[in-house]
Design a protein around this ligand. Structure first.
Ligand SMILES: [Zn+2]
Length: 268
């Protein structure tokens, strides 16, 4: 059973048909897990299981939406890593990318599907035609999920033709992209001063109200990027954190290259 269907089956069994019915504490209870909220230092959430009962503890100082995601993440561990006591740090929950441990990624995918299940989420996402942070915010409000978790869900669920990149002042923290975007579009580690995102992160500029056109080489350092334009929208998500949607719509950028051409490009 895939992560996707496993989480959705839990909700379908409970008869959930609306975002407002996704009561994460009640869902946890139905799965044998009791949720406690306590101030935690050094970690965001943890789970201790015994037989078919578990106790999930979540940091009470976190925001409401963060706490919901953390409970759902721990339920992912309960499903896939049963029998272990797990302690999850803040930077291990609700991010994206390939550079963090597989069990955390699986728990996050499960959490995303539990809070934003495809059978409810996809029709709602399709009713918002514009790929913007306004759309992300509206959907996040409906599902009571964070901007970051919702943006990841929209991009990875093919609703936005985008690369989603998270930066702090020390550089790129993580990124993810829609399955429709070819792998060769790999964002640069450090922000280009030409990008609008640079001004939001370092110049304390306000959030960008709409995606704006920018040369693609502000985001990608491939020679090919000089020929294209992308649209960029950045918002601040923390004291030292911004999130950028890099929207790729040019059909030439979306073309998959065959292997011989790709290996030729690597040799250059
Ligand atoms: Zn975890």
């Amino acid at each position: 059973m895939t992560v996707l269907t496993a989480a959705q089956d839990v909700l379908k069994e409970l008869g959930v048909t609306e975002p407002s019915e996704i009561d994460i504490d009640a869902i946890a209870w139905s799965l044998g897990a009791r949720v406690k909220y306590r101030p935690l230092d050094g970690c965001e959430a943890r789970i201790a299981g015994n037989g078919d009962r578990a106790i999930i503890t979540v940091n009470s100082r976190s925001s409401r939406r963060r706490k919901r995601f953390s409970v759902a993440h721990e339920l992912g561990h309960w499903k896939y890593d049963r029998g272990r006591i797990l302690v999850c740090r803040s930077d291990e929950i609700g991010r994206a990318g390939e550079n963090y441990p597989a069990p955390e990624r699986v728990a996050d995918s499960y959490a995303a599907q539990l809070l934003m299940p495809a059978y409810i989420f996809d029709p709602i996402a399709r009713s918002y035609p514009k790929a913007t942070f306004q759309t992300v915010t509206a959907i996040a409000d409906l599902f009571d999920t964070s901007i970051t978790a919702t943006a990841i869900r929209l991009v990875e669920g093919r609703h936005f033709p985008a690369v989603l990149v998270c930066h702090g002042s020390k550089g790129r923290k993580w990124f993810t992209r829609s399955p429709d975007i070819p792998d060769r579009w790999f964002p640069q580690d450090t922000l280009d001063p030409e990008s609008f995102a640079f001004g939001v992160l370092f110049g304390k500029h306000p959030n960008e109200p709409m995606p704006r056109k920018i040369p693609a080489d502000a985001w990608f350092d491939r020679a090919e990027a000089q020929r294209y334009e992308v649209h960029e929208q950045t918002i601040r998500t923390g004291d030292d954190e911004i999130l950028t949607l890099v929207l790729i719509r040019d059909p030439k950028m979306l073309e998959e290259w065959n292997t011989s051409r790709a290996s030729h490009a690597r040799r250059r």
